[in-house]
Design a protein around this ligand. Sequence first.
Ligand code: ZN
Ligand code: ZN
Length: 364
Amino acid sequence: MTLGGTGWGAGVAPPHSVPGQPVMGSAHFAGPQEYVFPVQDTVRPGESGQGYALRLSAENHLNGLPQLKIWLGKSRFATLDAVDSPLLHRWFGADQSSLDHALGWIHTGRNSEGYVYAGHSLGRSYFLNRSYPRVCIRCLQTEAHCKAAWDLSLAVVCSEHREVLTDLCLHCNRPISWHRPTPSTCSCHRDLSLSEGTAASPLELQFSAWMNHQIERITLVHGGIEWMAPETNEAPREVTPLMRLVWPLSLNGGLCVTYALATAAGYDDTSNADEPRARTSLKKAQKILRIADHFAHKIQRQHEMHLRVRRPSVVVQLLADCMTSRAPTADRNLAQSLLRNILQIKSKARWSGANPQLSQMPLF
Ligand SMILES: [Zn+2]
Ligand SMILES: [Zn+2]
């Protein structure tokens, strides 16, 4: 039987018998829909969906996500999402609602609201980073699973260990890949090991604590019912200018505002000599946070009456996404005040055509 594994050559161990379950075997080989693997587990609280698939694949001696993608009929470059929950449920035993929650709906067209990840609606696909994994090696050493919070594009630090996340293997100096043998092993077969750990800035720590809180706020109970934990998230005393804006917002609202501020400040402007172009998605995320914070500081000082705003149409669209009728009040209020203050829009007609929700607001 050739299963097309292209990874590390360990091969596929035939599944052992699971009492009461049909098993894959040469006698009744019927394709991936029939497989049931011996090591079964639930999705752990806060675990990333792709991380779950990688962990269970490793525990069952399969060839990682490349193998699973072949069985799921996906290309090597695709990411797993909730479309894959039924088969992952069958193979590894986690219930489908927790798989849906951990994998998210990330493909356009599937969900009219956009993207959903860990129970949060997200307005933009680039709010998620599902292709260039980052990890906290200390967390992997103690908990041995990948966290959903690390899959957010602006996740740059582990707030528990207060260090910047790792996206490179120290041994082979290559980016860590989802196509690695186990959560804590690089594709070069060596254990991901600790470098000297870069200390995180207060802004990075606060942003990460806020995102973690958002992820933990929505959990699943049996039966797939979402449950909102009580609001216990207190802003730290010495809060940075960006966090002062973002703290009360929803996950989507906070991400929209952060990207809007960084865009307004020209984070992706290659001609900006003060800020060299970021080489990796981790460095880019750090730069976005830094620049958004700097811009938030300018707004709050209000010394500069006429802030220069780059790419205003992108900024308006990001903020307008926080102003739909479904958005929480805090998101709507902040987006509205930012639009009024930083854009100083003179012409309502110019923006409200493409963003009809703006015409509903007493903005102009
Ligand atoms: Zn950690
Ligand atoms: Zn390596």
